[in-house]
Design a protein around this ligand. Sequence first.
Ligand SMILES: Cc1cc2nc3c(=O)[nH]c(=O)nc-3n(C[C@H](O)[C@H](O)[C@H](O)COP(=O)(O)OP(=O)(O)OC[C@H]3O[C@@H](n4cnc5c(N)ncnc54)[C@H](O)[C@@H]3O)c2cc1C
Length: 282
Amino acid sequence: MRLDCAVLGGGPAGLSAAFYLARTGLRTTVVEAGVLGGRCAALGLVSNHPAFPEGIIGRELAGRYAAQARAHGASFLAARARSVEERGGGLLVSLDGGALLARSVIVATGSEFLPLGLPEEERFRGRGLEHAPLDAAHLWRGRSVAVVGGGEAAAHQALRLAEAGATVRLWVRGADFRAVAPLRRALSCNRRVAVRTGVSVRELLGGERLGAVVLEEGGRRRREEVDALFVLVGQRPRLPGLPERAPGLFIAGDAAGLPRQTSVAAGSGIQQAMAAAAFLSS
Ligand SMILES: Cc1cc2nc3c(=O)[nH]c(=O)nc-3n(C[C@H](O)[C@H](O)[C@H](O)COP(=O)(O)OP(=O)(O)OC[C@H]3O[C@@H](n4cnc5c(N)ncnc54)[C@H](O)[C@@H]3O)c2cc1C
């Protein structure tokens, strides 16, 4: 059966797109490789989503996005999308174990974290070198960890780890820290977080797990022990194999390189769903 729209990724962007498409009566399937709700499902209190003045826990918000799409008739498929290609006047989505044919595709596969670019990084990934603890911050209670990064994601993670009871060193490579004033205030008031600027991580050391790093600060190198290093030095769109251009192909949310916010992703999903609906009726 050919779908009207295959939505790749079930985060805020994909679920909002699916809700809009399904409510106009279009046959829509969301393909999700992990957890419905995407990154949003792992966030703690989301305090910057419109219409929730008290904030809302990420998992609950994610559940609402999914419930709305389901209530309007979208269906869900647990699979990873590998690639999209033009086929027989439509689009063929190759999955890990099967394929889907659709008249249109919305790619809403989110973003991935950038690495530091150090030789030992792959070896330690998941073994002391992490990206986002998100709702697993409590695992680091009583531990001494470091966060590397100079933006808001790094600031959020440092605070979340500190709230969960970890002692946190926040290392910023540049001379300045790019975060909004309330975040800076929260960091400077938190006695569990020590912020240092002008610090670069040069080497990762350890056996089975990461145990220490070599830092460069003011032209000098020195070793520091860490229980874990959280790397939040940027993100890039995470996309399956895509044709450069294809009629009926749309990209939404973090995957489109938009500002990474849940509400922006949801709005972009709706915008791309409207574009897809217009394409399908033309
Ligand atoms: C540490 C951190 C803190 C944040 N805090 C906030 C905050 O306080 N407020 C806020 O508004 N935003 C916050 N964000 C950003 C917010 O989580 C994202 O902007 C939002 O989730 C993006 O939605 P999305 O649907 O585009 O992508 P995602 O939420 O990433 O969803 C993408 C989905 O696609 C799936 N997927 C990926 N590849 C495939 C594939 N090939 N096939 C099938 N499925 C696939 C993934 O499993 C995932 O479920 C935070 C992000 C991070 C990392």
